[in-house]
Design a protein around this ligand. Structure first.
Ligand code: FCB
Length: 453
């Protein structure tokens, strides 16, 4: 029989990222990030939007923490902007940048909310991009230095850390498809970037163990897609294996077992896109397993054999008639429990946290004083039910972070896509709860026993 509620101490949270909410892109000594730069490329972002102001969280964080307290959040996942601490990525610390995060962390703790700090959520210092960014292995060392500075300054108060958010997206959307910063279109560069990101992850875990506040834990947030063949045909079955290798195993295996999957290494080598793996890398990856794995889940992948991607020979396809969110992403809650149970079965039963899950809908079209985002509630409820089913089957799931606390700068989609449970009026910066916020408040208060109808 399925469990009726979540385990005691389950970490109910919500998530944001620095570049998506902070704004104040040039204040108090902050340096330029690759997203500040990329957003000014004509045509790169829908509506010509930029992260310059975003939700103005840099100035409104006290109110935002109050909002979180009202929601009853147990934890808040946010990221630090590397460029606030080190405007050019390295060198002398910009004290005012650190002060901002110290103030935020202290306010969260005073509100009874555990801070969960992501070190890198895609906003690389532009000055490091000018040195090759994530295709340059030195970036991994600079990242570890920046990380160590945060561990040293906040490690006594922040006990849950996330190294890198979604290295697949940073690597492949940023360097392969060019739809994210830094806007490069070169598959080999993307594979190389994915490797350097993983080395950066391992080096920062290593740095953490050296500073090692006893009670802390550190993990990584991977965007995971359960992969299903689009058809029963043999070629789509093979496409699913490759898609899974490319998107999931390429990250899971080095993070959890310390090596790359040999089938993907062979495939990349055969297509002349293999990364440059240095002598130390294997030891670094193998020697620094995380304490938990963060899972970002939004939608599954339906794999199709196709020449559209000449390297992989396959492609992801959204089935024509399925239910979709405003992003065009398939709604498939079952994918979440498939994913979680597979991680338990095939990857050594790691401690898991859902570090992102949520949906964009066209909220602005709804009328009335409060956005009646019933489709978002339905999405969240269905996914929480699957999370509960996974827990009932023994998965060690310890937390759930809803994306997102509030509407924000949705990368290449600008402000056009809204994921928040709090509505943000970008003209006035007024925050208003959507129905989903009241609903989530009830879920948290009942520890997930009451998911509503
Ligand atoms: C994830 C990102 C997050 C947000 C959601 C919708 O891939 O990590 O910043 O944009 O998608």
């Amino acid at each position: 029989m399925a469990e009726k509620s979540f385990p005691d101490g389950f970490l109910w949270g919500a998530a944001t990222a620095a570049c998506q909410v902070e704004g104040a892109a040039r204040e108090d000594g902050k340096g330029e990030s690759i997203w500040d730069r990329f957003s000014r490329v004509p045509g790169a972002i829908v509506g010509g939007d930029t992260p310059e102001v975003a939700c103005d969280h840099y100035h409104r964080w006290r109110d935002d923490v109050e909002n979180m307290r009202d929601l009853g959040l147990k934890a808040y996942r946010f990221s630090a902007a590397w460029t606030r601490l080190f405007p050019t990525g390295r060198g002398r610390l910009n004290r005012r940048g650190l002060d901002f995060y110290q103030g935020l962390v202290d306010a969260l703790l005073a509100a009874g909310i555990s801070p969960v700090l992501t070190l890198y959520h895609w906003d690389l210092p532009q000055a490091l991009q000018d040195h090759g960014g994530w295709t340059n292995r030195d970036t991994a060392s600079w990242f570890a230095e920046y990380a160590a500075c945060l561990f040293n300054s906040l490690g006594d108060r922040v006990h849950t850390w996330i190294t890198i958010n979604e290295p697949w997206v940073a690597g492949f959307l940023g360097h392969g498809e060019g739809v994210h910063a830094p806007g490069i279109r070169d598959f080999a560069a993307a594979v190389q970037a994915s490797h350097v990101l993983l080395v950066a992850h391992a080096k920062s875990v290593e740095a953490y163990r050296q500073v090692s506040p006893d009670k802390g834990r550190i993990g990584i947030a991977l965007d995971m897609h359960p992969v299903y063949p689009l058809s029963d045909g043999e070629s789509d079955g093979e496409a699913a294996r490759i898609e899974d290798g490319h998107h999931n195993r390429w990250f899971l295996q080095p993070v959890l077992s310390g090596s790359y999957p040999s089938d993907m290494l062979e495939l990349y080598a055969a297509r002349h896109v293999a990364p440059r793996i240095e002598q130390d890398d294997a030891g670094l990856l193998a020697g620094n397993p995380p304490d938990f794995l963060g899972v970002n889940y939004y939608f599954p992948t339906r794999a199709l054999a196709s020449r559209a991607n000449p390297v992989l020979g396959c492609q992801a396809r959204v089935p024509r008639d399925c239910e979709k969110t405003a992003m065009g992403w398939e709604v498939y809650p079952r994918g979440l429990s498939d994913l979680l149970t597979r991680l338990k079965r095939d990857w050594g039963d790691p401690v898991l946290m859902i570090t992102e899950n949520g949906a964009a809908y066209d909220d602005e079209r709804m009328e009335g004083p409060q956005v009646a985002d019933l489709d978002r509630i339905a999405y969240l409820r269905a996914h929480l039910r699957e999370a509960l089913a996974a827990i009932a089957s023994g998965v060690r799931l310890e937390g759930y972070f809803l994306w997102s606390l509030m509407d924000n700068f949705e990368w290449a989609c600008g402000y056009a896509k809204r994921f928040g449970i709090t509505h943000v009026d970008y003209r006035t910066q007024a925050r208003t709860w959507k129905k989903s916020a009241s609903w989530y408040q009830g879920v948290i208060a009942s520890n997930g026993a009451d998911l509503g109808e």
